[in-house]
Design a protein around this ligand. Sequence first.
Ligand code: ADP
Length: 483
Amino acid sequence: MIESPLLEKLTGYIGGQWIEDAPGDTFDVYNPATGDVIAQVASLSEANVQAAVEAGKSALRLTEPYSIDTRKKWLEDIRDALKANKEEVGRILCMEHGKPLQEAQGEVDYAAGFFDYCAKHVQALDAHELPDKARGCSWTVHYRPIGVAGLITPWNFPIGMIAKKLSAALAAGCPSVIKPASETPLTMIALFSLLDKHVDLPEGMVNLVMGKASVIGKVLCESPDVPMLSFTGSTEVGRKLILDTAEQVKKLALELGGNAPFIVFDDADLDAAADNLIANKFRGGGQTCVCANRIFVHEAVADAFGEKLAERVAKMTVGNGINGDVDIGPLINKAGFDKVKRHLEDALDKGADLVAGKSPQDLGDGLFFPPTVVTGVTRDMCCYREETFGPLVPMALFRTEEEVIDAGNDTEFGLASYVFTNDAKRAQRVAAGLRFGHCGWNTGTGPTPEAPFGGMKASGIGREGGLEGLFEFVEAQTVPRGF
Ligand code: ADP
């Protein structure tokens, strides 16, 4: 079992305190590197979730809103608490997610960056005046908190994803009811320990509920006191949330699946492209929605690029992330491992070639999947059509710019994309043609606190990060006043 001063209570947090009388039901949390159960966390009841919504409601202030300064202070204190506890939060994150320790601790810094950004820009949510001489009145535009927000997060960035949502919700003055993924609740519990000890939040401003997604999701979707859900996860669940909230016309912010194209033109710096692909593709073991999923390489440089990639992959190490000296940890669970294996088998069956990695029959037991590169990928293969969510690099060839834009867009998804070329005009044309919310030019960098990030098409609705993300949890209200 995991021991930590940040994991004293494994229940839930409602109305400014840990739940003392949680139901007896629990769920197990595993360390994917060892298969060991490291904690048993309370699985809350519908009544608990309703109590969390009530607590949130009691913290919502409309007629006398929390001042900008108060909100700024909350955000700064959370940033500072995360930074001061980066090592311990990162250790917990590493143990339940599996990503290498340094990467896990880096994610805590990344999360702190979102609170920092919102603290620095919360002033933008202050009201402003629009003079209107023609009509003889003056308009005040207010940014009102939308209300209690349900924040639902996935397991792949246990602290990063909640940071994006919670920073913007608090900046807006919105209380929240937070549900982490059942694979990684411990990092969230650690965050709540820090909030409890170090941040002077009003009771009910932040509430933590864990347990069955169906039970929690039902209350959040059906309660008229929760006007907004911010969700990151699969497109399948995102669609369900759209349907389940349609009756009440709730506001939804959805960051859903991706199928990122990574395009390498023949004039690109191939070493830089290979380095960026490695950093992008193997982050979190390939289990991120911005990981390159289809690598399109111009036919003139395909062999050279494939060799550079294979050289780099051969040097990568896979193992228990807590040891600190590995590049890739385990996949999150057996279902995740089996999916990557199925994609590899399917690609090889349909004619792809294995350039680096192991054949499916040599993969063995456990959740460690070696970095794997296949070439000759075609659009009928699963690894082309679906998000693999693992360390499999599928390479396909292309000849023309037009062809590769069409191929890149040949997916229902539109989250992240990448283009490597030294021709600025071409980069601009390709970025404009790709229907993706993010298009890295000569970089595999993903979302940052300063830039709005989100999906087009079935990859979602809304943006996180940047001023656009800051404005997600407010509703503009205009108050025109006659002279
Ligand atoms: P992933 O592939 O990351 O597991 P999911 O979409 O299955 O993606 O889950 C993302 C988050 O959404 C998790 O916290 C999960 O428990 C939660 N979730 C799954 N189903 C529902 C639902 N019906 N209502 C609300 N939350 C849900």
